[in-house]
Design a protein around this ligand. Structure first.
Ligand SMILES: NC(=O)c1ccc[n+]([C@@H]2O[C@H](COP(=O)([O-])OP(=O)(O)OC[C@H]3O[C@@H](n4cnc5c(N)ncnc54)[C@H](OP(=O)(O)O)[C@@H]3O)[C@@H](O)[C@H]2O)c1
Length: 255
């Protein structure tokens, strides 16, 4: 793993329509950070594909984007837990016929799994968390790579989502920590393979952020003491913006 952890350039100010003509797929777009990222990308001009497992949540985000005058989004319900290779191919074909190409993927969907010692960690929980948090981003990226190379803007950005426990494992974080380490390592492998192409790949560690997942991991914490998803959006915008076109293979902290 690289020792260098990057943060948002201090002089970055997104143009109001920085993502015009961008087509961006956001996973886990129905809630938490993914929901706010989808709204943020749309408010900067992107057409957003809302992927997640709970249709009602995706529909609510769709309505929010339409009501605020963003480009018409698309909804793609998908549960990563049992998704097969054919489902990823079907997704690629659907996006190909609807949009012709893709300029970004935000790999955001994840599950926390159990917080318990390895000696007690259930094998099936381990397998499920690795499937959703590590295998799904691999299969999704692999399936959609041809579309990223046909981006309507001529360049594309893949953002993976790490965690502080990805960079240093911690007691009781089990499969979640291992899956996040796998995701950041996949980001680096992909970035190395994409070096010199029009597609770049980086990862964001959001840091403590006020969402349902955070509340579930830290039930005693006062949510008012931590940042909202809205407050960490500048980095999410920067890595989709063409201003970050030369950035590839880097680990970022949003806080
Ligand atoms: N919040 C933090 O403090 C924090 C810190 C470090 C890293 N992160 C990372 O940031 C990302 C967003 O986290 P968050 O806090 O916003 O979490 P969240 O509020 O729990 O949202 C996670 C999203 O992922 C979706 N998802 C979960 N399992 C899925 C599956 N099997 N198939 C498809 N979609 C699935 C959820 O769908 P449903 O809405 O249908 O449940 C939800 O929309 C995650 O990768 C997380 O690991 C968060």
């Amino acid at each position: 793993m690289s020792e260098t952890i990057n943060t948002l350039p201090i002089d970055y100010i997104p143009a109001s329509q920085a993502l015009t003509n961008d087509i961006i797929l956001v996973t886990g777009a129905g809630d938490g950070i993914g929901r706010v990222a989808a709204l943020t990308y749309a408010s900067h001009g992107a057409t957003v594909i809302l992927l997640g497992r709970t249709l009602a949540k995706l529909e609510a985000v769709y309505d929010d984007i339409e009501n605020t005058g963003g480009p018409q989004p698309a909804i793609y319900p998908m549960n990563f837990e049992g998704a097969t290779e054919k489902e990823y191919t079907d997704l690629c074909n659907a996006l190909q016929s609807e949009f012709g190409g893709l300029s970004g993927i935000l790999h955001n969907a994840s599950e926390l799994g159990d917080r318990m010692p390895i000696r007690d960690y259930a094998n099936d929980t381990w397998a499920r968390i690795m499937q959703v948090n590590a295998n799904a981003p691999f299969m999704l990226t692999k399936a959609l790579l041809p579309l990223l190379h046909s981006s309507p803007t001529g360049h594309a950005s893949v953002i993976f989502t790490g965690s502080s426990v990805a960079r240093q494992g911690r007691a009781y974080w089990g499969a979640y920590a291992a899956s996040k380490a796998a995701q950041e390592n996949l980001m680096q492998t992909l970035a190395d393979e994409l070096d010199g192409t029009s597609v770049r790949s980086n990862s964001i560690n959001p840091g403590a952020t006020r969402t349902a997942m955070r509340a579930s991991a830290y039930p005693a914490e006062d949510p008012q003491t931590i940042k909202t998803p809205e407050q960490i959006m500048p980095l999410y915008l920067y890595l989709m913006d063409k201003k970050s076109i030369a950035i590839n293979g880097q680990l970022f902290n949003a806080q």
